[in-house]
Design a protein around this ligand. Structure first.
Ligand code: 13P
Length: 256
């Protein structure tokens, strides 16, 4: 079963216009000479305010795709401060990150909203990157697998098998995000294997074998090769190390 790897940079709330331009130009220069056939799918997720500019700078470069960091579950209307999927599609966005732990924990994003967002994204022909992951307390209490099973089951509710195959899941243990302490690659592989079992139970082994599942949490150029060597890990969702062109390009190369 061959699943094309993904290296996705989640810029979070970083980079104004000038910084976004500098970063994307550095990434473009760094991947220019790489063999497209061997490259992972490279994705960058700028803030909403930088999307248009980044879209403009990458629109002629098939080696890199655009993601948003969030989307409204609603199509349009009186939702002050929200951005619809239609608006993102207009900006050439291909992926949308949903259910990031920072949004779940700080902005009260619920499993139900994440499921509605997944549907809105897929209905518009875009690809959700659905995040899941446990806290340190949950890991220490031994409830990691059951917690993630709940998150995934609720996120995928009422999606068809074809929709799930198109989707991407990102396993991001919360205790590993921004801490510099990556989850051990073998343990990340095991947990992602458990996520695949949940997908197999909900759908089929075929769907579980096809969906791409990434690891996120302090991924660095020094960790990526071991992570990518794990059979269940299909790539990385990267925060800190995606903010410098040099380290992000090193991650892309580490996944080749
Ligand atoms: P870090 O790579 O900074 O740990 O962030 C991971 C993450 O949250 C990506 O979505």
């Amino acid at each position: 079963m061959s699943r094309r790897p993904i290296i996705a940079g989640n810029w979070k709330m970083h980079n104004n216009k000038a910084q976004a331009k500098e970063l994307i130009e550095g990434i473009l220069a760094g991947i220019k000479d790489l063999d497209a056939d061997k490259m992972p799918e490279v994705v960058v997720a700028p803030t909403y305010t930088a999307l248009w500019q980044v879209h403009d700078l990458i629109k002629n470069e098939p080696k890199i795709a655009l993601s948003a960091q969030n989307v409204s579950q609603f199509a349009k209307g009186a939702y002050t401060g929200e951005i619809s999927i239609d608006m993102l599609a207009d900006f050439g966005v291909k992926f949308v990150i949903i259910g990031h732990s920072e949004r779940r924990q700080m902005f009260n994003e619920t499993d139900e909203a994440i499921n509605e967002k997944a549907k809105a994204i897929l209905d518009a022909g875009l690809i959700p990157i659905i995040c899941c992951g446990e806290t340190l307390e949950q890991r220490e209490a031994g409830v990691t697998d059951s917690h993630i099973e709940g998150q995934i089951t609720k996120a995928l509710a009422n999606l068809t098998a074809d929709e799930v195959i198109k989707s991407v899941i990102a396993y991001e243990p919360i205790w590993a995000i921004g801490t510099g302490k990556s989850c051990d690659a073998v343990e990340a592989n095991r947990t992602i294997g458990e996520i695949r079992k949940v997908v197999a139970k909900l759908y089929s082994q075929d769907v579980a074998d096809k969906i791409r599942i990434l690891y996120g949490g302090s991924v660095k150029p020094s960790t990526i090769v071991e992570q990518m060597a794990q059979p269940e890990i299909d790539g990385g969702l990267i925060g800190g190390a995606s903010l410098e062109a040099e380290s992000f390009v090193a991650l892309v190369k580490g996944a080749m």
